[in-house]
Write a protein that binds this ligand. Structure first.
Ligand code: FES
Length: 505
């Protein structure tokens, strides 16, 4: 099963340089996704010297593995906020998200970004009677929050539905191209962007931060962790649930699926979203769904196969051209955390976007640049990372999270197999045990073994094999590692430790 997001297939070929020397700057941003590049653009426009350090490819991380959908509502959806917030707050969430969409549209038009941006309607529908009331509830919440939602005919949905809702003037982009184009057009002497530059640690020294990279130290007055979840050990990590979700893009004739974003509830609680995408004369149906906690799936491939069955059941698709996974972090109180860490006023981060990251990433870029330049921002308080209320409401969530992880690790201890690797096929990985140590063992296509410690370098949970993406995934805070141990994403700084091992199998 080949994994590649459709966005990276149609990405720009531009490459940014690798950092080769030490550098002094006002703001160092770790991560060249939508949050980092948006914040960087705004800070540079306000006269700050900015350096972005991306460990892989600009736009190629979570941004390049998202849905490419932009909308005012939120994925749970908006009505879920009612359990924790008053109507004024729900309204502010919708307004702040609508401002962020305006910002994206403004940049696309001002800099003529070639990223397939277009305005489309967003829809929410129910495929079964059970979820009918959820659509009505969302309609009422949306209207009360000032969003012009409309109940429309179910027959306008791409699959059979019993209730449907529409909100016009939302948006779609190729998210990877958008981030790349924005970075390319706005880079300057004051806004330097580096790719393939891994930050291995951040140290506070006096009123500066030192960011270690392989070929140079970056010294900055402020640092932004634009890495989806902050790097290292941070209190906020106890307030986040790390999840993965999958996407597929199927080739189809033009017009097989209508224009727009379509979120459907199926068989109770299952949510699947669909949209189409065309570029270079090729047409695709994109299907996204099957969320599950990172490192908890027994068979990741099965999640993708379910999406493929869904696509074939409802649409006349040709082949499945692209398959990919994307990560998201669910916040304890349903709103992202954007601002400083508890410990330090010069270290910033933005996290907990759920699956609404393109809009929240843009919004975080605006808020963080305003915080750093001491500019008033009307949304900063709503999403403040150090807010008290979420900490209170999150205690149960945090406890639950830790319990789940503990339980999981306990289970895994029992499940780890002994070191007989003779049945491990090329392209497969498994957790094995040697002298009481858990090992993450992967067999390459040429038969050679890659053996790493299975202990996550973040906070020592045991990683789990992901058979679809061929990665080692940590169930605790979502760090993910390549088969060679290098960090793919998540809070871990360091690779999985190499273990000396001789293979007789
Ligand atoms: Fe925290 Fe692995 S991500 S222990």
């Amino acid at each position: 099963m080949k994994m590649q997001s459709i966005w990276s297939h149609f990405a720009d070929s531009h490459e940014f340089p690798q950092l080769k020397e030490g550098i002094l700057t006002d703001v160092a941003i770790i991560g060249g996704g939508i949050t980092g590049i948006s914040a960087g653009c705004l800070l540079a426009q306000q006269g700050r010297k900015v350096v972005v350090l991306e460990s892989r490819k600009v736009g190629g991380g979570t941004s390049g593995h998202s849905t490419g959908n932009l909308y005012f509502t939120i994925d749970k959806p908006l009505s879920s906020l009612k359990s924790k917030y008053d109507n004024e707050t729900v309204k502010k969430v919708a307004q702040s998200r609508s401002e962020a969409l305006k910002q994206v549209a403004m940049w696309v038009s001002e800099y003529n970004l070639d990223c397939d941006f277009k305005r489309v309607p967003w829809h929410l529908y129910s495929n079964d009677e059970k979820n009918k009331s959820r659509i009505d509830d969302e309609y009422k919440t949306g209207r009360k929050a000032g969003l012009p939602m409309k109940i429309i005919r179910e027959s306008e949905m791409p699959v059979p539905a019993v209730r449907a809702l529409k909100l016009d003037e939302q948006g779609q982009i190729n998210p990877m191209r958008y981030v790349q184009e924005l970075a390319k057009k706005l880079q300057s002497e004051n806004f330097q962007i580096y790719e393939q530059t891994h930050v291995s640690s951040v140290k506070e020294q006096g009123n500066h931060y030192k960011l270690m990279t392989p070929d140079g130290i970056v010294t900055a007055a402020n640092v932004i962790h634009a890495t989806h979840t902050p790097k290292g050990v941070k209190a906020v990590q106890t307030l986040l649930g790390p999840y993965r979700e999958y996407g597929i893009a199927c080739r189809m004739e033009e017009g097989v699926h209508p224009d727009g974003i379509f979120w459907g509830y199926f068989d109770g609680n299952k949510k699947i979203s669909t949209r189409n995408y065309s570029r270079n004369g090729e047409h695709f149906l994109i299907v996204v769904g099957e969320p599950h906690k990172v490192g908890h799936a027994k068979d990741n491939k099965q999640h993708i196969e379910k999406l493929e069955s869904f696509a074939r059941e409802y649409f006349d698709v040709q082949d499945v051209a692209f398959r990919w996974g994307g990560q998201h972090y669910r916040p304890a109180d349903l709103l992202p955390y954007i601002g400083t860490t508890f410990r330090s006023s010069g270290e910033f981060f933005a996290t907990g976007y759920s699956t609404d990251g393109l809009i929240y990433g843009t919004l975080a870029g605006v808020i963080l640049s305003d915080l750093i330049t001491a500019k008033e921002n009307q949304w900063a308080d709503l999403y403040r990372s150090t807010r008290k209320q979420p900490l209170k409401s999150a205690s149960k969530f945090a406890k639950e999270n830790i319990d789940v992880a503990k339980q999981y690790i306990k289970d895994l201890t029992g499940k780890a197999e002994d070191l007989d690797l003779s049945h491990l096929k090329p392209g497969e990985g498994k957790i094995a045990e040697q002298d009481g140590h858990k090992l993450a063992v992967y067999r390459h296509e040429d038969g050679k073994l890659d053996v790493r410690s299975a202990v996550c370098t973040h906070l020592k949970c045991i990683v789990q094999w992901n058979n679809a993406e061929k990665s080692w995934d940590c169930p605790c805070h979502g760090s993910r590692f390549e088969t060679d141990g290098s960090v793919l994403e998540g809070p871990a700084f360091d690779p999985l430790r190499r273990v000396k091992f001789s293979d007789d199998s």
